[in-house]
Ligand binder design. Structure first.
Ligand SMILES: [Zn+2]
Length: 321
């Protein structure tokens, strides 16, 4: 596999990609399939109310087996991320930072659409192929869209998707909201500087190039939270891939890597991340997300037997100089 072309090879593959743990379908099919299933249920029960059909549909999408697997993936992802943070040396994250970060990660939970109390947020994501986090006063909940649950069974995609959402619990803007810092420039300063100098924070979004001055701290064009969430999710997913790297052959590993980041191929201008709090939701381009943030991870390169990273292509860390 040409590691430099990961973006093309992930995003130009059509149909479902299968790895030994499951598969990931294209986002557009996932959403269509979800709507199709809803219509099918409605046609089979013509005398039932919309809310009854919706309840049937939720039960049909979020089956007990699926929920069990999502919960298992959440547990693994939280545990792995917590260990990763705990293992950072004092020189990169202070004891207090690590303690607070681990506590926040631990609090993240999975939520499910409730047919009896379907909030507008939940209604909107019933067919969506995405994950969302919703912050309430005392918890951070991840809600997986119905289209996502229906179309994604790959362990690696579950881990990446959940890790990205969990990472938002400790992203720079979230830390400011929690009152841990007065200014986001104090959060992960060396990591953010590395993101900037390696071209990961681009002053451009779906509305076109933005002059630097318009990037308000935690405003709509501030990409730091999203870059951070992708970076941390990549590190956690690399550990998941590494765990299986001995038992999978090369072809299976390639499919697993592709599946991990497959849904990043869909652009997200309307991506309703963090619906409740209206937080920044601007992602870097898909190419940056897949090629620079994900495929530059040294452990992922090792799993894929890529050549060593050229020294010009740095991979950032909490204690990057
Ligand atoms: Zn995000």
């Amino acid at each position: 596999m040409d590691c430099r072309e990961l973006f093309a090879s992930v995003c130009e593959t059509r149909g479902k990609i299968h790895d030994p743990t499951g598969s990931v379908d294209e986002d557009s099919f996932a959403e269509l399939e979800s709507h199709r299933r809803y219509e099918e249920l409605a046609a089979a029960h013509p005398n039932e109310s919309v809310s009854k059909i919706t309840a049937r549909f939720i039960e049909d999408s979020y089956t007990r087996t699926k929920k069990r697997r999502m919960k298992q993936a959440l547990r693994w992802t939280k545990k792995t991320m917590e260990k990763l943070i705990r293992d950072e040396p004092d020189t990169s994250l202070s004891k207090l930072d690590r303690k607070r970060m681990v506590r926040e990660i631990h609090r993240v939970e999975l939520g499910w659409p409730d047919p009896d109390e379907l909030t507008p947020d939940q209604k909107e994501i019933l067919h969506r192929p995405l994950a969302h986090y919703i912050r309430t006063r005392d918890s951070l909940q991840i809600i997986l869209g119905g289209g996502y649950v229906r179309s994604t069974t790959s362990w690696f995609n579950l881990v990446f998707t959940l890790a990205h959402e969990i990472a938002h619990a400790i992203d720079p803007c979230e830390q400011k909201k929690k009152g841990w810092v007065a200014d986001t420039s104090l959060v992960y300063p060396r990591l953010n500087r590395c993101f900037a100098v390696t071209g990961l924070l681009v002053e451009q979004n779906i509305y076109g190039p933005q002059p630097k001055a318009s990037t308000q701290e935690c405003g709509r064009t501030d990409q730091r939270p999203e870059v951070f969430a992708d970076w941390l999710a990549g590190r956690v997913t690399a550990l998941a891939l590494k765990e299986f790297s001995q038992e999978f052959d090369n072809r299976q590993l390639e499919a697993s890597v592709k599946n991990a980041v497959r849904d990043l191929c869909t652009p997200g201008p309307e991506d309703p991340h963090d619906l409740a709090a209206n937080a920044p939701d601007e992602h870097p381009s898909q190419r940056i997300r897949i090629e620079l943030l994900f495929a530059r991870n040294p452990m992922i390169r090792e799993v894929l037997s890529c050549e060593p990273q050229p020294p010009t292509e740095r991979y950032c860390a909490f204690d990057s100089l």
